[in-house]
Write a protein that binds this ligand. Structure first.
Ligand code: TXA
Ligand code: MG
Length: 347
């Protein structure tokens, strides 16, 4: 399949009548799948009402079909089409965080979306992305758009159109290139079908921010206890992983350097994931500097690029520093632990 590639500049181009977005919208209406930027990561969009379109998303990604997709909308009114009851907690969260990196799980009106979008569950995850290109595209299509991250299943999520191209060129109808995404980790998924909202996936909006708006919010126990079954089906898979084994190191930079030296003596090419504060300390085959530890948002925005870059640099093994579980640090550690297959070693 020939993959169309459109460059859309949200500053320069007039998005409402952009010919590129019009073409992308037409393909979506024809139940083709198209990748587009959001403020978190690139999404792979398809008509959420169409079995055919959603099957194409799963096939392009190689994604297990028991893992439901998030439905993206441009206007809150679109919700009425497929959701009956909107609890107060959800109303408050929408008013506060939409458009933005928050996916809200609500119970869904049977038969209003493809059952493949919801993977047969009685609930649906919905979000309104805070990205002008995404919103303009969603406005033009005027359909609920199911969109998982636009990576091959298991790979790190794409934060640049180039990443989408690496994973999906020739497998999808088009890619809208709107530049690097920004937040860099996916939306927070919060279940509002329970009395107290529960975070199923930490992400761009932190627990503290949610609690400021709705009071108590819980974490799904499966996020911290690997023996629990996660309520968010996607959280059970190994994810976000580079090809080379990744180890998170619980220790000092000196300790990490000892590990690097040991692995290099065994003839391995060793990469290290660090931040601006420590980058000049290390001696390794490849060093990726992920923002500033002092500003965890800057780490989040380049964490997936970091994971992809180790493979491009041909590393055999990667050691990564760890990050504090505060604010967006929760999302960073959640993704790194998954990418590492939970491997944490003392350094
Ligand atoms: O930031 C994001 O959310 C990105 C952009 C493209 O919007 N999308 C994204 O989609 O990360 P995906 O498919 O890669 O991750 C969706 C997550 C999965 O872990 C899935 O299991 C969970 O949301 N999910 C979706 N619907 C759900 C539901 N009804 N109940 C529980 N979890 C659900
Ligand atoms: Mg994903």
């Amino acid at each position: 399949m020939n993959t169309n590639y459109w460059v859309v500049d949200k500053i320069v181009d007039t998005l409402e009548n952009s010919p590129q977005l019009k073409q992308a919208a037409e393909l979506l209406e024809q139940n083709e799948v198209v990748a587009f930027p959001t403020e978190t990561v690139y999404g792979l969009g398809g008509n959420a009402k169409s079995d055919l379109a959603v099957e194409k998303i799963f096939a392009a990604k190689g994604r297990p079909s028991d893992n439901p997709l998030i439905v993206h909308i441009a206007r809150k009114e679109q919700l009425n089409d497929f959701v009956d009851v909107i609890p107060d907690s959800a109303k408050k969260l929408m008013a506060h965080f939409w458009p933005g990196p928050l996916t809200i799980i609500l119970s869904y009106k049977e038969g209003t979306l493809s059952s493949k979008t919801t993977a047969g569950l009685s609930t649906v995850g919905i979000r309104m992305p805070d990205h002008q290109v995404a919103l303009a595209l969603l406005e033009q299509v005027d359909l609920p758009i199911a969109a998982p991250s636009a990576n091959r299943s298991g790979k790190p999520s794409p934060t640049m159109a180039q990443h989408v191209k690496e994973d999906l060129d020739g497998r999808i109808a088009g890619i809208v290139d709107g530049g690097p995404t920004g937040v860099g980790v996916e939306s927070t998924v919060v279940d509002c079908t329970t009395e107290i909202p529960v975070i199923l996936r930490p992400g761009g909006v932190t627990k503290e921010q949610l609690e400021d708006v709705v009071g108590e919010v819980l974490y799904d126990p499966a996020l911290t206890d690997v023996k629990e079954t996660p309520k968010s089906p996607g959280m059970k898979y190994r994810h976000y992983a580079p090809d080379a084994p990744l180890y998170l190191v619980d220790g000092s930079k000196e300790g990490i350097q000892v590990l690097i030296d040991g692995s290099r003596r065994e003839g391995l090419k060793v990469g290290v994931l660090t931040t601006e504060e420590n980058q000049s300390f290390y001696d390794a085959d490849y060093i990726f500097t992920c923002g500033k530890r002092e500003h965890l948002e800057t780490v989040a925005s380049s964490i997936y690029e970091a994971l992809r870059s180790f493979d491009k640099a041909g590393m055999d093994l990667i050691y990564s520093e760890m990050f504090p579980n505060v604010g967006v640090g929760n999302a960073i550690m959640n993704r790194l632990l998954k990418a590492a297959g939970q491997k944490v070693i003392k350094g």
